[in-house]
Ligand binder design. Structure first.
Ligand SMILES: Cc1cc2nc3c(=O)[nH]c(=O)nc-3n(C[C@H](O)[C@H](O)[C@H](O)COP(=O)(O)O)c2cc1C
Length: 431
């Protein structure tokens, strides 16, 4: 700015302060050619992964990634059978939304160098507050089926529950992983004699606990299965033959391994809903639970509890544990959301029985939240089935590894160094 003759001294000094300094010359960065000795240590090409399954699995960082891989690997009807829920799938969606509403309340300045993830389930040690849920028709997802799942459970030192609708027999599963903690999940057939025989076989094969599933008086309406025309065993229709072109390996495995049948049923041809409605007994009452309590001497778990009073009733009748569950949203649509029902059930029966929960668990952080809210452990179904579809036994192991590392990291970030240290104060459910 140009000065005028009338400027007094003070005004000129004020203006001097306000005046922007002249722009300095642009900053010049001296450049040079890098030396080879500097470049060499930076060159770290990823090791070539020739095994496509390993490549696929190592790229999966989350259960959601495994789900994406699973979707690519399996025929649509198979993926939908696993992934889907009943009717509008609202129960399923709400289960996930409840976990999304979790807000952790971390504490700081706690030594979390070492985290103890162990707990006890039914009075025996488990490496994680986690069990692999019973899922029917597991060999349809991948030919390695239940054997793969129980072997991973054995390696991870967590329990695995074989379903009545399993596709590998009680004895074969036991032989595949003799040291695994095995639970047998029972659906009560109309033919009580057949059910009793299954219970006796489970006991003889060393299964530790019995899970009675009580939320399937009739089949839920899984509309994806109806739309896809899913039958068991899968039918060869124009659609499935065309699908074979895009999923050849799934079909090769199906047709060149042992026939895909229910291991606990002599034979079945039809839809899952037809099977359930024909074979399952909708007339079950508390008396049947008392009968089972008398016939099974080991721990008894009742799965499918959605009401506090039902939790009280089954524990009064001798259940050692309950699973707060709506069957992963595959039965009653718009059912209570397990994570939301959990605290009231823990309040009601937690001092007399173990309370487990399932439905929508897709990360180790979900497990941490559920345990903080009072669950002894979570069951996971789809999480390991996505792994199974993505890569057989290695995929199931990847799923358990993902859940484990997420669980440990979340506990560390939460300032908690043991599963027993998780408390309701660590979690708030945002409105
Ligand atoms: C494909 C599939 C099959 C299932 N089959 C059974 C079964 O035979 N018996 C049973 O008690 N629950 C069964 N369930 C329910 C699971 O045990 C568990 O309650 C549910 O998967 C938990 O929800 P999540 O899949 O979101 O983890 C099944 C679930 C899926 C996804």
């Amino acid at each position: 700015m140009r000065r005028t003759a009338v400027d007094d001294g003070a005004a000129s000094s004020r203006r001097d302060k306000a005046e922007p300094a002249p722009l300095p010359a642009p900053l010049r960065t001296a450049r040079r050619l890098p030396r080879w000795s500097e470049l060499r240590p930076l060159l770290r090409p990823r090791p070539l992964q020739f095994d496509p399954t390993q490549r696929r699995l190592s790229r999966a960082l989350t259960i959601a990634d495994l789900r994406t891989a699973a979707k690519r690997r399996t025929p649509r009807a198979v993926f939908d059978y696993t992934d889907g829920g009943a009717e509008t799938e609202t129960s399923l969606r709400r289960a996930r939304e409840a976990f999304a509403r979790v807000e952790f309340q971390p504490r700081v300045l706690r030594d979390v160098t070492v985290v103890d993830t162990t707990t006890t389930l039914l009075g025996r040690p488990a490496a994680l507050p986690l069990a692999l849920a019973p899922t029917g028709f597991t060999r349809m997802m991948h030919h390695q089926g239940e054997r793969a799942v129980v072997r991973v459970a054995q390696g991870a030192a967590i329990p695995y529950a074989l379903s009545t609708l399993g596709t590998t027999s009680i004895e074969e599963v036991a032989a595949a992983a003799p040291a695994a903690r095995k639970w047998f999940q029972l659906y009560v057939w109309r033919d009580r004699g057949a059910g009793k025989e299954l219970v006796e076989r489970a006991q003889a094969a060393g299964y530790e606990a019995l899970i009675l599933t009580v939320d399937v008086p009739v089949a839920g309406a899984r509309l994806r299965d109806v739309r896809n025309g899913l039958t068991i065993p899968p039918s060869l229709t124009l659609g499935t033959v065309l699908d074979a072109a895009t999923h050849p390996w799934w079909w090769v495995n199906l047709l060149t391994t042992e026939p895909l049948v229910f291991a606990s049923l002599s034979s079945w041809e039809g839809t899952v809903a037809e099977l359930i409605n024909q074979m399952f007994d909708p007339s079950l009452t508390p008396r049947d639970l008392s009968w089972l309590r008398e016939s099974w001497s080991g721990p008894l778990i009742v799965k499918g509890i959605q009401h506090v009073e039902d939790a009280r009733m089954v524990v009064d009748l001798g259940a050692d544990a309950v699973v707060v569950s709506n069957h992963g949203g595959r039965q009653l649509d718009r059912a209570p959301t397990p994570l939301e029902v959990l605290p009231a059930v823990v309040d009601a029966v937690g001092d007399r029985a173990e309370v487990l929960v399932d439905g929508g668990v897709r990360s180790g952080a979900d497990v941490v939240a559920a345990v903080a809210l009072g669950a002894r452990a979570c069951l996971v179904g789809r999480a390991y089935l996505y792994g199974l579809m993505a890569g057989g036994e290695r995929g199931v192991r990847r799923a358990v590894d993902i859940l484990t590392s997420e669980l440990i990291r979340t506990m560390q970030l939460l300032g908690v160094d043991s599963v027993t240290g998780l408390e309701p104060a660590h979690v708030r459910l945002r409105p």
